[in-house]
Design a protein around this ligand. Sequence first.
Ligand code: PDD
Length: 283
Amino acid sequence: NWVFLNDEYISADQAKISPMDRGFLFGDGIYEVIPSYDGKFVGFTPHIERLIKGLSEVEINLNYERSKWLEICERLVAKNGKGDLGVYLHVSRGTSPTRFHAYPENIAPTVFAYTFAIPPAPNANKDQVRTYRVRTLPDLRWQRCHIKSTALLGNVMHFQQGFKDGYDEVLLFSEENRLTEAAACNAFVIKSGSVATPPLDSQLLPGITRFILLDVLKKYSSLHVAERAISKEEVLNADEVWLTSSTKQIAPVIAIDNKPVGDGQVGDIWTQAQLLFSEHQFD
Ligand code: PDD
């Protein structure tokens, strides 16, 4: 398996990073995951725009433009045999001889990329799609969840709180009992033919799958689509609930806290949404 590390393409077992790297010591970095199906990327441009914006927000100075990222991603996918791959991109602030919290001056960011296998794109078949059972939890992460930080301990702990008891994901709620997102996905709630997802703010990641799905539904379906605050009660009474992420596309949630969502089956609006997403994801 080939990886990219600081301008070199090397095999994974040759890749070495200093333990003094701030990514390791502080989780001081930004990452991205871009799906590629048989060499075709989904949402490449918005993924790279989010990465560049995140780097500037935390003042990591890396002079890679879109074209440089495209070259890295295309070369890695080709070297690793195409297929269905997620491309993981990671930029940490770099390695500094001393551990001091302030941003060091004049250090070079560490740039790492590798690929991993992802499931084939869902084909909108209710009988074949992987379904999710989730647990609700208070969202105890920080106030900057819009930044795709490599410091994921908050998300990891939430995911584990579900996983240890056999849940596939979690749904997180703010102190005001508003839905934020899942540990590694955005969330959508469907009631009487209306599709809703929480509006973007600092409590959730601006997911690229979320963004593409909203766009596709507005353009190609007659469904009512809204970005608005969603209460826990609404989530528990929804007809359908979906999770979205780059590696899952649109994933139906069939049980929340061991109670069925709607009739406990994959819903019809999911089929419609996943079909439209499949048709237009490479636009
Ligand atoms: N997870 N919210 C969180 C907290 C996420 O970690 C992710 C993605 C999403 C969905 O974003 P997108 O549609 O851009 O993938 C929402 C990635 C895949 C991960 O960490 O593996």
